[in-house]
Write a new protein. Structure first.
Lengths: 252, 482
């Protein structure tokens, strides 16, 4: 579904991604871990199409299409979803209104008719139940005054509403208490199908106990330096990243 | 003696008017420039009674002693008052304008705003009769209004058919001495609306509907007078969302509203005059004096405005709260983009006891524009129990525009409660990206955010225009992304 070849990206003069290679097939869950500053969030932003980053080299193929040639909103409409690490607030725009616009844009792109208000509300209620989302939050402005946990649940709720093919969860676990973690993970797992794929970016093992990865990659200094199965997670939790850093730096 | 001279001029030039006034406009004496003869000419062309001419002349003579005000936070190039045409013949409706000749940009905006084709044509000055049965439409409305004793006609008609009413109220709210442009308007006003609602009558329709179909030639120096007697109600909408071009650059209008005991007047404005091009060339100067007088106890005047056009907007719809328990509200969204400038706000003057006022001003700046809020809340010494709430918010798009606030609070009575809040915000790139990532284009995202921001004001507008106003906000910010 997603093939990343030798991806380099910078912000301003600073090169952050220094040659990423990654392949993701439908139905797979890939975890990306790594120390701070490695480039994990940059990778997700570049895939999502944030213009503040410049891609200097490499290609990204998504479902056979050149992802880097598409503007951010088209990538989203093609089924790419990112759950933000720090979801932004949009005062004055209600969550209902925001999501109705988003859902109908997706439908328009696919040549489907917009949902009527009634059908949309039905869909919303259905998905709210999935992530145990408080209905009262729907009429508030997007993320305004939401607690950290509510913001993350709102991300997964939106994911449920938009039914993406490829989801990138950028440090979804940061700021979550145990209960919220469980609910968010349950939501993600329920939405998983054999056709959809997930990239889980995280520091910690705990989330990966709930959202079990098929592949684990370590991102360090702008490159994926180690890939393995889920057993790598326990090893990292026990030993930290130093041994990997030494391995990589030693090779230089 | 003067009368004889007038007659002679009339005889010599009058005959030519039958064949097309436009030819005469070309002649030196009548075309451009302003002097007492021009004022007399205007009055005569309109067949005005002597008292109306006197009113104009007094104003004109006073204007000559005044100087153009420069205290606003606006950059206005010198206006040559002698380089302006102060009179234009009313359109006879036999113009040979073709729909094909109308600027495609204008047609495009009409379509975006969702304006029906017949109205588009009417608004473009195409002879309406050829398009729809305007006569019968107008007649239906007139009949309904007449049944209730409501007078709604052009100001010029009112001067002739309802001189007592006009004489009684004209200039009572905005005296010609009030300011430079009020004096100018009082001397050379072209036309406008006159509305009179008798005691206890609730006007059954938005006077906007009538106005739109009428597609009135909104002149350069519009003069409007609205009088609402005891216990009456009227909602009036001025302007339209469709972009309006005019060869005349200076628009100096006056609107006077008087509300008697327990009367209510809602006055809504949607202004989208040509704002000039992207480089700030051309564009209308919209200098307006709008004022309401809550004369009666318990009276209420509400001002709602959506201003997106004009190169320069300079106006402060205000209310004098004279009657006890009277109240007034001012809701405004003012958008400036490219090189537009706006210095706008409101004045609420509390005189009667237990008077209330609310000011909600939302400025949106984009491009290289400059948007200022200027407000005055004044509470007189003997005014007990006054309440005011003012909120002025600024939204900035991009980093080359400016938003400024000049609030004045002059409170002379200790029982008054006056609150003022102000916020400034930006639309962040992160907010736009969040919307993009949900499949919403940047253009639509700005529309969503701006409309969310302006919601409070748009909700106060008559329904049919609320929808258009929303689209208008989005359109006026097109190209401001970056």
């Amino acid at each position: 579904m997603l093939v990343i070849k030798d991806l380099h990206a910078k912000i301003g003069d600073k090169e952050i991604l220094k040659g990423i290679n990654l392949e993701i097939k439908p139905g797979e869950v890939h975890a990306i871990m790594g120390p701070n500053g490695a480039g994990k969030s940059t990778l997700s932003s570049v895939l999502a199409g944030r213009e503040v980053f410049d891609v200097t080299e490499g290609e990204v193929t998504y479902e056979g299409k050149d992802l880097l040639a598409l503007p951010a909103e088209d990538r989203a409409r093609e089924g790419l979803f990112m759950s933000f690490q720090y979801p932004v607030e949009i005062p004055g725009v209600s969550t209902v209104n925001f999501l109705k616009t988003a859902v109908n844009e997706h439908r328009k792109y696919k040549g489907e008719k917009a949902l009527s208000a009634g059908d949309f509300l039905k869909l919303m209620r259905e998905k709210q139940a999935l992530v145990e989302m408080d209905a009262k939050l729907m009429n508030r402005s997007v993320n305004e005054g939401f607690s950290g946990g509510e913001k993350k649940k709102n991300e997964i709720f939106q994911m449920a509403m938009l039914e993406p093919k490829l989801s990138i969860l950028d440090e979804t676990d940061s700021g979550l208490d145990i209960d919220a973690l469980r609910i968010v993970s349950k939501g993600v797992n329920t939405l998983k199908t054999s056709e959809t794929s997930t990239i889980v970016i995280t520091h910690y093992q705990r989330l990966l106990d709930y959202i079990v990865p098929d592949f684990v990659h370590v991102l360090y200094d702008g490159r994926i330096v180690k890939s393995a199965g889920k057993e790598l997670v326990a090893e990292l939790e026990e030993k930290g990243y130093d041994w990997i850093k030494e391995e990589v730096d030693g090779k230089k | 003696m003067a009368k004889d001279k007038d007659d002679i001029i009339e005889d010599v030039t009058g005959s030519e008017y039958k064949y097309g006034f436009t030819t005469d406009i070309e002649t030196e004496t009548i075309s451009k420039g302003l002097n007492e003869d021009v004022v007399r000419l205007i009055s005569r062309k309109k067949n005005e009674p002597e008292w109306m001419l006197e009113f104009r002349l007094k104003a004109f003579r006073h204007w000559l002693t005044m100087e153009m005000p420069t205290w606003a936070f606006l950059d206005i190039p010198e206006i040559d008052f002698q380089d302006i045409r102060y009179y234009a013949a009313p359109k006879t409706g036999t113009e040979e304008k073709n729909w094909e000749d109308v600027d495609p940009e204008i047609k495009d905006t009409f379509n975006k705003l969702g304006i029906p084709l017949e109205e588009q044509m009417a608004l473009s000055g195409i002879a309406v009769d050829a398009v729809m049965d305007s006569v019968s439409v107008k007649t239906t409305f007139k009949d309904t209004l007449a049944e209730k004793g409501i007078i709604f006609c052009s100001f010029s008609e009112a001067v002739i058919h309802h001189p007592d009413l006009v004489q009684k109220y004209l200039g009572k709210v905005v005296n010609y001495r009030d300011n430079y442009y009020a004096a100018l308007n009082s001397a050379v006003f072209s036309d406008g609306s006159f509305c009179f609602i008798p005691k206890g009558v609730r006007c059954p329709m938005e006077l906007s509907t009538y106005f739109r179909i009428n597609a009135a030639e909104t002149g350069q120096f519009e003069r409007t007078l609205i009088v609402a007697e005891d216990d009456s109600y009227v909602s009036y909408l001025e302007g339209c969302t469709a972009p309006q071009r005019d060869e005349n650059q200076l628009h100096a209008a006056i609107v006077e509203i008087i509300a008697m005991d327990n009367a209510e007047v809602k006055y809504s404005t949607v202004q989208n005059w040509y704002p000039g091009n992207k480089d700030g060339v051309g564009g209308i100067y919209n200098f307006v004096t709008k004022r309401g007088l809550c004369e009666g106890n318990g009276s209420r005047i509400t001002w709602t405005q959506v201003e997106t056009g004009s190169a320069v907007t300079w106006k402060y719809p205000s209310t004098i709260l004279k009657g006890d328990n009277s109240s007034s509200e001012f809701y405004s969204v003012a958008v400036t983009n490219n090189h537009q400038q706006a210095d706008t706000g409101s004045k609420m003057i509390h005189i009667g006891n237990n008077t209330k006022s609310t000011i909600v001003s939302k400025g949106i700046s984009a491009g290289k524009s400059r948007n200022s809020y200027r407000g005055l809340v004044k509470v007189a010494k003997d005014c007990k129990g006054a309440r005011n709430f003012s909120q002025c918010d600024s939204l900035l798009l991009g980093d080359q525009c400016g938003a400024h606030t000049f609030p004045y609070l002059d409170v002379q009575n200790p029982s008054a409660m006056v609150e003022h809040e102000a916020t400034t915000s930006k639309i962040g790139e992160d907010q736009l990206f969040y919307c993009n990532q949900r499949g919403i284009s940047t253009e639509d995202a700005i529309g969503l955010i701006v409309n969310g921001y302006a919601k409070e004001v748009i909700n106060k507008m008559p329904m049919e225009f609320a929808v258009e106003a929303q689209k208008l906000l989005q359109i006026s910010l097109e190209g401001s992304v970056g």
